[in-house]
Design a protein around this ligand. Sequence first.
Ligand SMILES: [Fe+2]
Length: 291
Amino acid sequence: MAKIIKHPEVEDYFVERTLDEVKAAPRGLIPDYEANRLIVLKDYRLAVDFDAFAQMSANTKDAPAALQKQLKKLQATHILQASPTSTEPLHKAIFETFCNGDPALFQRVQTAMRAAHEAVMGLFRTCFPDYEHFRVVPSVRLTRTMFENLHWDNHNIDDDFQQVRIFVNLDQRPRIWNVSHNYVNFARTVYRDHDLARFAGRDPNEMNNYIVGSILGGTAGACRDTLPRHVVAFEPGEIWFGESRMISHQIYYGERAMVYMFFVKPEGMLDRKRRFNAQVEALHASFAPAR
Ligand SMILES: [Fe+2]
């Protein structure tokens, strides 16, 4: 089970559910997810060949910087589509550089990736039975992340969709996150002082840029913000879910992970008003002068 140290000044939005509990619930995790909870799948570990991924990470150390960057947010589908005879540059690099041209390692990595990919796609269907996704970004992070700045995710697209994020720790060591306030709750506390009304009716990413950059300090000011936070250590193979535009987070330390992002049509939601764009609109409306 994830080790969670809760801070009394931050909302307690954690829930733990076993897969059996999720299957028994008519709408799976949807009610918890739309309540912007951080959901940990209790007693579940993705059984995966961690060593195969660890070796692939180790083989990148001498790779050119541009290739290493591609490995930072690699799509799982590239690993699944690559082969020892690939000519497509990234697929070729997966075999020749990341797998060191070793057919046995490549086979292990691809088998592990396929199993992990299918498990996560299956969990999406089981946990979000009424959700229909129209796009998936199946990201695999095989490089170390440390000391991110605290932030709410900004996808730089103002498309109005429900996002489902599924996270998996693919490393043998814990993945350490700090998490803090819900986006709307935090914005409400600083709304008047920072004149956030000027962002009403605009692309919601603009207010995110302002809050994360000017108030929390942005990438340049990583770890300088003073918000209280919960500290979480996710176990090897552990899986968790959360709307990363609503739950502020800071990867403090992690080696390898899967981060699958599903774009879901609002029509399948229990309450369409719980999608990100609608929650931001409701915040502005609550501060708008009465007519
Ligand atoms: Fe993030």
